[in-house]
Design a protein around this ligand. Sequence first.
Ligand code: OXD
Ligand code: MN
Length: 581
Amino acid sequence: MTSKLAALNEWVDEIVARTRPDHVHWCDGSEAEYRKLIELMQESGDLLALNPETHPDCYLHRSDPDDVARVEHLTFVCTEREEDAGPNNHWMAPAEAHALMNGLFSGCMAGRTLYVVPYCMGPIDSPLSRCGVEITDSPYVAANMRLMTRMGQPALERIEREGQFVKGLHSIGELDPERRYIMHFPEELSIKSFGSGYGGNALLGKKCHALRIASHQARTEGWLAEHMLIVGIENPEGEVRYVAAAFPSACGKTNLAMLIPPEAYREAGWKVWTVGDDICWLHPGEDGRLYAVNPEAGFFGVAPGTGADTNPNALAMLDRDAIFTNVAVTDDNQPWWEGLDDRVPAKDWMGRDFDPRNGPAAHPNSRFTVSISRCPTYSDQAENPTGVPIDAIVFGGRRASLIPLVLEARDWNHGVLLGAAMASETTAAATGQVGVVRRDPMAMKPFCGYHFADYWKHWINVGEKLTHPPKIYQVNWFRRDDQGGFIWPGFSENLRVLDWILKRTREEVDAESTPVGNLPRSGDINLDGLGDMPDMATLLEVDPDGWRAEVDVVEAFLDEFGDRVPETLRRELARVRSELG
Ligand code: OXD
Ligand code: MN
């Protein structure tokens, strides 16, 4: 098969000549093709069928033990000018990066099949969507792309009509960490990824396209590509209002996107609808509001911690048609991970007999891939080509102290400062030390495809175009007490905070104005039906000394981005400092 688009055929021919696969397969996205890929991987041992009685059509993939997370130190943004990539990215000159990657790709697919994977990020008929083609030698990647994106014939037809697509070239190579690079060429709308099969490095539609390349595209085209979930909250009157929320990896975006309201809310008629759990493309609409689409069509969620009490909706979609990566299994071959239940697993993520002395049974970054259509709370607006209107943007991080449960920005530009100043403790989603506080502006530190200072300026510019901008909030579910325990119960109960946020967007409730932003007045967060009362005074305190120190840290952080930092942000920070006294 070939396509009607000469540019696509020429690129595929060029890659075939370089990588020298035994076979070439153009993916049509059909069910039959998916089955075939699964069969092939069962034959090669790449996939193991899980218990067909309890988990029909569910499979386990055990990755190479050295290939379990994103590799930020091997991820590059290759712009012509180094300063355009910014201090937030590793940079390599495009010519040098191409030469290095072409060397690695040379002959690397001998003995393998090359898959051509056309995909569309976003609803297939939406003007807000963008397309790409991933070439890969991994059937695991092709199968996951079918679950994660609108993949196959309809995407190819759209690409042929539009004539434009992001080019993604991927090979697992030898899975050698010494020969592993994830290279982005935003100015060419292309990606080259070698040596890893892990989702964030290898499913190129996700982080590489929908965030790093798309953030660059969005800047030139006047929209925003963000690391955000999108959730619809339906009140007892039946009105659904949408919130987009950015959290760093493994901070509970998937749980928040599909939470089940606490009992008191459920009884009153509240419902929650899931549009997306990880990535959000935000476009200014003609009415001056911001509209969101989820570019993805599936979840690549963190398994550990997903249980009946934390995310029952996720569990409900994981009992069929899912691919699990690096989870443990029980003696009757069911998938298992820490936080699922109190059964004792039989085999750990590496396939060894489970022995707690070897560490957790499931890898802390073990994942599930499943189509979003299996989500019990999947929103009927998720396929809406115009997107959903956003009433509130939320920035959250994992902070043991200082940051209150919720804080409202005074206006859009103050909100941009809250986003730029975001920080969080690191998690297992990326290789490196876990639990260290690092600045992670808008949860985009690993994903912004250009200079952060230009990105903040772009946020300010987008705000100027909006006559009805969403209000912006900062939240922190992870505040700890003196004993190290979480003060706020989190999970379902987070709806109580979203409820306050939505009331504020309608000016249904007043707030306490403080130098750092507006806080809920005592009693305005609805705690009805909550068993143990959390220490709300601590959750909502503003400690002036702590904040003065935070302002200094934020200023030093902004300074790392030099003269390009927008004056507006510096002014906002100066205002906070002077009001803190
Ligand atoms: C993810 C991540 O996989 O952020 O979503 O690492
Ligand atoms: Mn993510």
